[in-house]
Design a protein around this ligand. Structure first.
Ligand code: PLP
Length: 356
């Protein structure tokens, strides 16, 4: 191992000084030394291990977490030129994979990123990666990037677009899919109005990797003891949360999801819109629809809830309601979604166990 002695500004060989002392920055000449370092880090940390990753740069599925890396000159890393999407894993099925994959390709076309593979190949890679992970509950995340190449702003130097994906194991999804609802739901959650500027509709309607505004909005909510924040647009309309849509039930029994023209078209919210008419048939709701709703009207609503894959419904704890009590529509929608994730129509549930 060679290392740079910062006192003398000379390269030295042999053992360096104290571990972690940055006067002597180690230089690793061989890949095997670096791999050993990565493996030491993974073995010494309690950080979650990811059961599988796919990288088009490697051209295959990676099971060793210490090798789950992406190139530093990837345009997604240094310029944010990438898009992503997710899908939930529930009891060996990928829920709503096709809708999320369609949204990924839509985001990619808005971001001028061409896919290295056809849609069928992307889907087949995700199914095979998830099978190889042997994970039955959790989620997958996947990215299309302008790709590695150089460090310039122009994507012209990117040699080829890249596709990356990872499996994230989790117990929470299993609980939700078991029909018990998200653990927070029965108690309800707090929400605040975000002071972080919201994204322009062009950026908000695509799922790019630029989630700085979202991360700051989430941090703001947590600092103020809330579960999440809600953006209100320049015209006073309710927009969305930092990683979920929102829905309201008016005093008259109308279920309203803020229209998707300025926010991400969330598939959980769309599924709510497809399932909720059953509550109209049952006489519990008067109507269901996507529409503009002002923050002032939203504050007068009987119920508010966050809606997104991974929740799937988190009811807002209304002021004035006894602790632990949340709205009955939010509870009903949560049960319907959990049932849908567990035993919904075949087209929504993609099996992957058989692929291994
Ligand atoms: C900003 C934003 N809005 C809404 C959603 C909800 O989308 P979905 O229900 O498809 O997960 C997400 C989740 O990815 C999001 O990041």
């Amino acid at each position: 191992m060679a290392w740079l002695d910062l006192d003398t500004e000379r390269w030295r060989c042999g053992p360096r000084g104290e571990e972690g002392h940055h006067d002597h920055v180690p230089v690793y000449e061989s890949g095997s030394e670096v791999l050993q370092k990565f493996q030491e880090k993974w073995n010494s940390t309690k950080q979650q291990r990811y059961p599988a990753m796919y990288s088009s740069v490697v051209g295959g599925i990676i099971l060793d977490p210490s090798m789950m890396v992406i190139p530093i000159d990837d345009h997604m890393v240094h310029r944010g030129h990438g898009v992503f999407d997710t899908a939930m894993l529930s009891n060996g099925y990928l829920y709503e994979l096709d809708s999320h994959l369609d949204r990924l390709l839509l985001s990619a076309s808005k971001a001028k990123i061409s896919s290295p593979f056809s849609r069928e190949t992307l889907r087949a890679i995700l199914v095979q990666m998830t099978a190889a992970s042997k994970c039955r509950n959790g989620s997958i995340k996947y990215w299309l990037s302008a790709g590695p190449g150089d460090f310039l702003l122009s994507p012209k130097g990117c040699t080829a677009p890249a596709f990356y994906a990872v499996v994230i194991a989790s117990g929470a999804t299993a609980a939700a899919a078991g029909g018990g609802g998200h653990p927070r739901l029965r108690e309800g959650v707090r929400a605040i109005t975000s002071t972080v500027p919201m994204k322009d509709p062009f950026f908000a309607t695509m799922k790019s990797v630029n989630y700085l505004a979202n991360a700051l909005a989430m941090a703001e909510a947590e600092e103020r003891g809330a579960y999440a924040s809600v953006w209100v647009d320049g015209d006073g309309g309710v927009a969305e949360g930092p990683m979920m849509n929102v829905a309201f039930v008016t005093g008259g029994g109308d279920l309203v999801v803020p229209a998707f023209d300025r926010v991400l078209s969330g598939y959980t919210a769309r599924r709510v819109l497809a399932l909720a008419p059953r509550l109209v048939d049952a006489g519990v709701l008067r109507s269901v629809g996507a529409a503009r709703i002002s923050a002032a009207d939203a504050r007068r609503c009987a119920e508010m809830m966050f809606v997104g894959s991974g929740l799937p419904v988190a009811a807002h704890r209304r002021m004035g309601r006894p602790a632990g009590q949340v709205g009955k529509i939010a509870l009903a929608l949560s049960d319907m979604l959990c049932e849908d994730i567990k035993a919904g129509p075949d087209r929504l549930l993609v099996p992957y166990d058989q692929a291994s």
